[in-house]
Design a protein around this ligand. Structure first.
Ligand code: TXA
Ligand code: MG
Length: 355
């Protein structure tokens, strides 16, 4: 049975006494899951090494995977980062904070090294969610928070998801309903040439590039592992059920013979409402929404992956969007759900399905 206390708050105008309760618990070293506009975060006082350590234990996360410090504004930024921050970083925060942008900048010397896994840089984000922001202000300290899921699993977009994964391991969850974006923040590092996207997320590269020179590290399916975010493993965001990722449109070209070869019971297939996809016998269609509305796909993605995992299926097949902008972040997560292998032809798919 979950032992975590659930505080239900209004997402826009939360009860100040509940915000104060959550803030005080964080300040006192407790683990409190908080709603943000991206996903739910597992929060702890970033300045309290024992509380930070407890995050790693609750998640089962390796100590080598650093955490994002969440702040309520520029003043708190100076508690976790060396200031002034680099110009390109400052320009991005002026455009995208508060919001789903995480900057990786030189750390403040007093930040406990557990937060950054001993790295010289600190990841910092100022969330836009009114509840997250109010709780950080109430705590009066920066809040270290990874996504509130067990390590390598699908991120939580509701308090129920958090309780399913961590209910017996944390003190409290603040429930403000479904997360708006449904995908994590965009993590951005910097060099002399500009911004480098280390993890695709809710703010597309194209939007960053309107403000500063910006490029991506690898293409999401083939990241440069030497520099990508340390915790960005190949198998991440994964359902427990074996999951296969296929290229966009792969099944549209299937003949009757191909479909006959692919037939088998117990396959859940996650595809799109706005493409005609013939399905083999034994496959059940699960909607990810419309490719033409990729923000909707992002919003529902983790809930859909979790619901497929709960259902009694043997194999999950997910199709990429192949859409630019936010579609790249969706495809990054779908690719990792399939252990970073994308099946691009029907012969290879038949091998996987029938083996
Ligand atoms: O939207 C989000 O970012 C959510 C909410 C709760 O804010 N948080 C989140 O945290 O997704 P987490 O821990 O699940 O993912 C943080 C990512 C990891 O890939 C981590 O490796 C990377 O940020 N990261 C953290 N500190 C870093 C650093 N100093 N250098 C490079 N990457 C870093
Ligand atoms: Mg995570």
């Amino acid at each position: 049975m979950p032992s975590a206390v659930r505080l239900v708050v209004d997402a826009v105008a939360p009860d100040p006494s509940l915000i104060a309760e959550a803030g005080a618990a964080l300040k006192a070293g407790k683990l409190v899951a908080i709603p943000t506009e991206t996903v739910y975060g597992l929060g702890a006082n970033a300045l309290d090494p024992a509380a930070v350590q407890a995050i790693f234990e609750a998640k089962g996360r390796p100590a080598s995977d650093p955490l994002i410090a969440h702040v309520d504004g520029p003043q708190m930024l100076s508690m976790v980062a060396a200031t002034p921050i680099p110009d390109h970083a400052r320009l991005l925060t002026e455009s995208f904070w508060p919001g789903p942008l995480t900057i990786v900048v030189p750390r403040h010397p007093d930040l406990p090294s557990a937060v950054t896994s001993g790295l010289p840089d600190s990841a910092v984000r100022c969330p836009a969610h009114p509840v997250a922001s109010a709780i950080i202000t109430a705590a009066g300290v920066p809040i270290a928070a990874p996504s509130a899921n067990r390590f390598s699993r699908v991120s939580p977009t509701s308090a129920d998801h958090v309780l399913t994964d961590l209910g017996d391991r944390i003190d409290m969850v603040v429930d403000a309903g479904r997360s708006e974006h449904g995908l994590e923040s965009t993590v951005v590092g910097f060099d002399a040439d500009g911004a480098i996207v280390l993890r695709h997320g809710a703010i597309p590269l194209e939007a960053l590039a309107e403000v500063v020179p910006a490029r991506m590290l690898g293409d999401g399916t083939d990241p440069d592992k030497s520099k990508a975010s340390p915790g960005h493993d190949e198998r991440h965001y994964s359902p427990r059920t074996p999951t296969v990722t296929i290229a966009a449109g792969l099944l549209s070209g299937a003949t009757e013979d191909d479909l006959a070869m692919l037939g088998r019971p117990g396959v859940a297939y996650a595809g799109y409402d706005d493409s005609e996809t013939p399905l083999p016998d034994g496959w059940t269609f699960v909607s990810l929404g419309r490719r033409s509305k990729v923000a909707e796909v992002a919003h529902g993605l983790y809930e859909t992956l979790r619901s497929m995992d709960r259902a009694d299926v043997e194999l999950i097949v997910v199709e990429l969007t192949s859409v630019n902008g936010l579609g790249r972040a969706v495809d990054d997560r779908l690719t990792r759900a399939g252990s970073s292998r994308v099946i691009r032809n029907l012969a290879a798919l038949t091998d996987v399905i029938t083996s």
